[in-house]
Design a protein around this ligand. Structure first.
Ligand SMILES: Cc1cc2nc3c(=O)[nH]c(=O)nc-3n(C[C@H](O)[C@H](O)[C@H](O)COP(=O)(O)OP(=O)(O)OC[C@H]3O[C@@H](n4cnc5c(N)ncnc54)[C@H](O)[C@@H]3O)c2cc1C
Length: 353
């Protein structure tokens, strides 16, 4: 048998699996999907878990039931590229591979800031987002929440908590001169107004020096605080960073046009772990996953794969609570209820799939 192993059943990994299962897998190929969770996590919605505004069940999907797939629900500890084996932290049997798809996503980047990892909540894993939701939910009246980082996830976390708890004192620390640096100035202005109207304090030019159990120290001022949520940057998963393959300056693995690692073309990388000209996103991971499914289908049938088409992204959408939002669609900046409804539609489609 030839063993194809997909590491990570998130946005990228699941698309590889679904693309292959839609077609005939050769009889001598066994497909294994490895994930720490026994379901697909819809990470783009983790801000709702951190704010405690939706149920767990609403932001995850069951994995496809198919007799051709073996699931391993375990914590990957390392990939032994010499032995071609996956080693686990909580399972003694390693899993061997002949073909490997690495789709393990990303984790927080704490930029070596003292106390950041120990004393902040995270939205990068389901378990961590649940813990953040518990901490926020258990806050006494008028408790203080600081969100560090005013990119897409920081904005979504801050606005969702505000809409859910009008009593809390919420502060957003933004490294730049305006929130959402990567977006159109009209969107930046709209979001800044939203925070102003909804009584979220935004501090620009933030430079967090250290974090303590009860506070955040920024630009020489220490703010007493009950819950601090870290949304100030990501980096590829540790397991990916430790792979002996060439990385780009963002620590992502460099791949060829077939998403193969040049040092070992039987290893494919997609999503937040793969070097790309595009910014990381669920949409990018999904398209890459579909393309890798097509490439692997040819490879597994001993055919030469066609070069994948150039990736065209449809835009990015963000929420400001449940009834307001923003985004770039077809290169047009949009604000208000329309982008919010489209975002809900995208979630609906993801869940339906
Ligand atoms: C709050 C928030 C909001 C976001 N909003 C948007 C948005 O609106 N639009 C957008 O396009 N993108 C958004 N993103 C980014 C998007 O979620 C990611 O770019 C996308 O999930 C990347 O897909 P992926 O397949 O690379 O990884 P993921 O979808 O993260 O999948 C990785 C999988 O690997 C598993 N895994 C990881 N490590 C291990 C391990 N050691 N052992 C076993 N299993 C493991 C995880 O459980 C997970 O299932 C948002 C992110 C966050 C945090």
């Amino acid at each position: 048998m030839r063993n194809l192993v997909i590491l990570g059943g998130g946005y990228g990994g699941i698309k590889v699996a679904l693309g292959l299962l839609d077609k005939d897998l050769p009889e001598d190929v066994s497909l294994t999907i490895v994930d720490r969770n026994p379901y697909q996590s819809l990470k783009t919605e983790f801000y709702t878990i951190a704010a405690g505004t939706v149920a767990d069940r609403d932001v995850r999907n069951d994995f496809p039931k198919d007799a051709r797939v073996t699931y391993v629900y375990a914590e990957v500890e390392a990939v032994d590229t010499e032995k071609q084996q996956i080693v686990f932290a909580d399972r003694s049997d390693p899993v061997s591979y002949d073909y490997l798809v690495v789709a393990l996503g990303c984790e927080d980047n704490y930029h070596n800031i003292e106390g950041a990892k120990a004393y902040t909540e995270s939205v990068q894993t389901f378990a961590n987002a649940r813990k953040a939701g518990l901490e926020v939910g258990n806050l006494r009246a008028y408790g203080k929440v600081t969100i560090v980082g005013a990119g897409l996830s920081g904005i979504e976390v801050a606005s969702e908590i505000r809409e859910s708890r009008s009593d809390l004192n919420i502060r957003l620390l933004d490294r730049g001169a305006s929130v959402l640096r990567a977006f159109d100035p009209r969107i930046q202005g709209y979001v800044a107004d939203w925070f102003n109207k909804n009584d979220v304090e935004v501090l620009h030019h933030a430079n967090v020096e250290y974090v303590e159990k009860d506070g955040v120290c920024n630009n020489g001022v220490c703010y007493v605080n009950d819950v601090t949520i870290w949304t100030a940057g990501v980096r590829p998963n540790r397991i990916v960073r430790e792979l002996p393959y060439q990385k780009d300056p963002h620590e992502k693995i460099i791949v060829n046009e077939f998403f193969q690692v040049p040092e070992n073309p039987a290893v494919y990388v997609v999503g937040d772990c793969a070097s790309s000209i595009h910014s990381p996103s669920a949409q990018l991971a999904g398209i890459q996953g579909e393309q890798v499914a097509g490439i692997l289908y040819s490879v597994l049938h001993n055919k030469v794969p066609k070069a994948p088409k150039e990736i065209r992204l449809r835009g990015t959408l963000g929420s400001l609570g449940k009834n307001d939002g923003f985004g770039n669609m077809m290169k047009q900046p949009l604000t208000g209820i329309v982008p919010r409804l489209v975002k809900s539609g995208v979630l609906w489609l993801n869940k339906r799939h």
